[in-house]
Design a protein around this ligand. Structure first.
Ligand SMILES: *Cc1c(COP(=O)(O)O)cnc(C)c1O
Length: 393
């Protein structure tokens, strides 16, 4: 079975490019060029150098001794939380800004929900001196004030999306409208392993540095490149795609994908797409999607803003349908407890997204000599208010 994208842009039955006619030239230009550009030695050199000197890579692969003792197995944390801007998202925005420059684009647009991808995009636009416009739902602008301030300080214009539910999907619609109107000079930086082909594959390849590093880091520490398990949380699925990438076809490596169950899978307030979703089209690709019987997108819910997305990337839909990955769903309560445990046991305050991946150890038992690598996708600074309110600290 092939778990990578095929030459038609599909992962099994998922993926493709379901876009309005007027967007076709933009997406087609990218499709024809992305692999060629990524293979150029000077592109690779510039990407690698920025990942090293600006992002701070390689991120450590840290053996979490006290956490491992608690669960009687060997747990390693891939420390994406230590990257510049505090999460894995910067790997992708660095890659895409270099792509935009190679394609001669001077203007960058992006959509953002919680603001994390907006900040990562505004950061690389400042780095390269490119104009940056971030579309954000009016409601999200109100509830994510610190990230809005960050984007503005970094020189971006934050444009409110005032239609519909005034959240992420409306911001995405605005960004697509902008791109249709500015096809020549503008690149659209999508923030997860979603969107029309070639975005899921391009984002995955930029994030694949995560598993590329895990391989040699684990070899150094355990004498083998392959762990028994790789584990990551899934919103759209970019940190997960990067963590799995070099292991997709390694049969001895088990893949665990962790979704947000919110208040519980059956509570009506959840983001567990693999369980609740049906095949549908969102943001230009066919994938699993939470929707009503007549195909309207359902509002997802999770305490963590980064997992609060009604779909999953097409690669993950395929990993789920084919049985290659085991999907688990963790509730708000399970994630918050696991997050606080990591603070006390290891002195690391994780993003609430990442805490979902850590929560599986209460539910699933591993063998004492199993090596389990967990993607610690981000740091918890941005979530402090949430932790304070939840635990009444
Ligand atoms: C955005 C975000 C996620 C979810 O996005 P993916 O594309 O699924 O990786 C997870 N963790 C953190 C820290 C994030 O900021």
């Amino acid at each position: 079975m092939n778990y990578n994208v095929n030459d038609k842009g599909y992962y099994g039955e998922f993926g493709g490019a379901y876009i309005p006619e007027m967007l076709y030239p933009n997406v087609e230009e990218l499709r024809q060029n992305y692999l060629k550009v990524m293979a150029e030695p000077d592109f690779k050199a510039e990407f690698d150098k920025l990942l090293k000197d600006y992002v701070g890579r390689p991120s450590p692969l840290y053996f979490a001794k006290r956490l491992s003792e608690k669960y009687n197995t060997k747990i390693y944390l891939k420390r994406e939380d230590l990257n510049h801007t505090g999460a894995h998202k910067i790997n992708n925005t660095i890659g895409q800004i270099l792509m935009a420059k190679r394609l001669g684009k001077a203007r960058i647009i992006a959509e953002t929900g919680a603001g994390q991808h907006g900040v990562a995009t505004a950061t690389v636009c400042a780095l390269m001196g490119l104009e940056c416009i971030v579309y954000m739902g009016e409601i999200d602008i109100a509830r994510q004030a610190p990230n809005v301030a960050r984007m503005k300080m970094l020189g971006a214009s934050v444009v409110p999306a005032k239609s519909g539910s005034r959240t992420l999907k409306d911001a995405t619609n605005e960004a697509i409208r902008d791109w249709i109107n500015n096809p020549v000079d503008t690149h659209y930086i999508i923030g997860s392993a979603i969107g029309p082909h070639p975005y899921p594959d391009m984002v995955t390849r930029f994030q694949a540095v995560i598993s590329e590093e895990i391989k040699w880091q684990l070899k150094e520490q355990e004498g083998r490149e392959n762990p028994d398990y790789v584990v990551a949380c899934i919103g759209g699925g970019s940190n997960a795609a990067g963590t799995y990438y070099h292991y997709l076809h390694e049969e001895d490596v088990n893949i665990i994908a962790v979704e947000a169950a919110g208040h519980g899978v059956d509570s009506g307030e959840s983001a567990a797409t693999s369980i609740l979703g049906k095949e549908g089209i969102i943001h230009g690709c066919k994938t699993l999607l939470m929707q009503t019987n007549d195909g309207q997108i359902t509002e997802p819910y999770s305490i963590s803003a980064g997992l609060d997305y009604p779909g999953v990337g097409p690669m993950h839909a395929h990993l789920c349908k084919s049985g290659r990955a085991e999907f688990m769903a963790m509730t708000d309560d399970q994630a918050m407890k696991a997050g606080l445990d990591l603070c006390k046991l290891e002195g690391i305050i994780p993003a609430i997204e990442s805490s979902h991946a850590l929560a599986i150890f209460e539910e699933k038992t591993f063998k004492p000599d199993d090596v389990v690598v967990v993607s610690l996708s981000g740091r918890g600074d941005k979530d402090l208010q949430n932790y304070i309110e939840y635990f009444k600290i």
